[in-house]
Design a protein around this ligand. Sequence first.
Ligand SMILES: [Zn+2]
Length: 72
Amino acid sequence: MDIYEIESKDLENYFIDFRNYIKNCEFVGCTHIKEENCGIKEALREGKIQEERYENYIKIYNDLKDKEEHKW
Ligand SMILES: [Zn+2]
């Protein structure tokens, strides 16, 4: 599977270890980057998600966003 074929909003589905914490996000459609009261960031603070994983998520997310914005 090519991760760069997916949409940025679907990226979280590929981070299986994020799944348990997404329900703790206050906002539907939370990107887990800038939002407050984010379940992912909370889990990160508590050491339940590895920082490396989270940084990887942000990196891919930004790449996908960038690609989407330059699509048109
Ligand atoms: Zn979130």
